[in-house]
Design a protein around this ligand. Structure first.
Ligand code: ADP
Ligand code: MG
Ligand code: MG
Length: 257
């Protein structure tokens, strides 16, 4: 078992105007995720959910002011972005980037090589990719297209989950994976995420503003973000409460955001 441990994490974000002072977004986040567990991170817009994922992934605009992030006891914050990926941290972006000129199949093999420490045997790899693509109802022609170039929203999400299934990260962070998916696509994507969960190889941080995806992916733990902190943690019943009452209890005057 591997544990991702976030302790009293404070993060500033640099503003577009470089001369402006950075703003403090995360104000002391504590969170522990162990492989095999699924944690839903919920919260109002602007509460800092994406900032947490960017900070863990090592995005340059996000400056960790204090606190710690460790994976299996190793200091994640001192690792480069590549080292974090190799250590087994996977971040599916809210807005996945396009990589022109790099085919999906090459991209995936390069990523798998980085994570596994050696290139997967080509014939075995091709079979593995074909199977995972067919499970996710992805057109085989996709393997030869450039990463995310001209992909529809739904196709990008499937591609994210394809990576999840093939790379089997130790910690997977999915940020708003449900946004822009119709019900059929949501089911296919959720089935893929659930196959990753069943493998019990990693822990899952499922960031979502809406409760809809939680009908398909059942978290054991639910955390509500408010104003750059975890305001409350609980089990699935917390998501049920949010489904019924929304975030009002967490956004009243004084709660910030
Ligand atoms: P969430 O994902 O919960 O909606 P975010 O982490 O995206 O919240 O944003 C938290 C706060 O940080 C928001 O007020 C947002 O405007 C601000 N913020 C995030 N990224 C930047 C940035 N690059 N520049 C300026 N402000 C930012
Ligand atoms: Mg603090
Ligand atoms: Mg966000």
């Amino acid at each position: 078992k591997t544990t991702l441990e976030i302790k009293d994490l404070h993060v500033n974000v640099a503003q577009e105007n470089d001369s402006a002072a950075p703003i403090e977004i995360l104000k002391g986040v504590d969170l522990t995720i162990t492989s095999g567990e699924t944690h839903a991170i919920m919260g109002p817009n602007g509460s800092g959910k994406s900032t947490l994922s960017y900070a863990i992934a090592g995005h340059p605009r996000y400056e960790v002011v204090s606190g710690s992030v460790t994976l299996g006891g190793e200091d994640v914050l001192s690792m480069s972005v590549d080292e974090r990926a190799r250590a087994g941290i996977f971040l599916a972006m809210q807005y996945p980037v396009e990589v022109p000129g790099v085919s999906m199949s090459n991209f995936l093999r390069t990523a798998a090589t980085a994570v596994r420490g050696e290139a997967p045997k080509l014939r075995h790899w091709v079979k593995e990719v074909k199977q995972a693509m067919s499970d996710l109802d992805i057109d085989p022609a996709f393997a030869e297209r450039s990463v995310n170039e001209g992909f529809s929203g739904g196709e990008k999400k499937r591609h994210e989950v394809l990576q999840l299934e093939l790379l089997k990260p130790r910690i997977a962070i999915l940020d708003e994976t449900d946004s822009g998916l119709d019900v059929d696509a949501l089911r296919i994507v959720s089935d893929g995420v659930n196959r990753y969960r069943e493998s019990e190889q990693g822990g899952l941080m499922l960031i979502t503003h809406y409760t809809r995806i939680l009908r398909y992916i059942k978290p054991e733990f639910v955390h509500v973000f408010s104003n750059g902190r975890v305001a409350e943690s609980g089990g699935p019943e917390l998501a049920d409460e949010l489904e019924e009452h929304g975030y009002e209890r967490f956004t009243r005057a004084g709660a910030g955001a």
